[in-house]
Design a protein around this ligand. Sequence first.
Ligand SMILES: [Zn+2]
Length: 212
Amino acid sequence: MIDQHAQPPVGGATLSGVPVGTSTSAAVTAADLDAVAELLGRVPRGVVGIAHRCRCGRPDVVETAPRLPDGTPFPTTYYLVDPFAASALSTLEASGLMRRMQDRLATDPELAAAYAAAHEDYLARRARLGRVEEVEGISAGGMPTRVKCLHALAGHALAAGPGVQPFGDEALALLAAEGGWPATCPHGDAGPAADAGEPRGATTTDEPAAGA
Ligand SMILES: [Zn+2]
């Protein structure tokens, strides 16, 4: 079971509802959306860019519009779509890492300031995709004062590059040190369709969790 706290924007049987955005990520192609749909087991909605790719080229973080085509506000701009990556981060979460991170915020003003700056970075990046009143001032992952979702923080770190999202950087460094994703590709030579089909934990009824 993939314990990723914000659910992906899903639904729709075609790609025709994907809006043209003003993403600063690499342009998203129909092939990218097909790859994401295979990873998620569903067609993603509102994807306006690919924020990061696995070493094999598969999208692993998508950039999603702050308002989905059906009007739903969606605060999790950088969503981790790869089941291997999500599983690795869930393992870190289960280790108690987030509580230790949050404790450090209280005793390390420099870290707290960096985390607050990461929150502002997240909001600024999302604002470039459009202003959505319902999620104004809300970023992701618990920022700016809580640590609630390493998936969201790692997604942000991968989208922004090193030095922006301190806890996302830390989580990725821990995973890289273990030798798995993102240091190496977990997908093997086969296409995602050969990876046993439906990603673990996927259902067909997940809906975006506004305010997550
Ligand atoms: Zn890969």
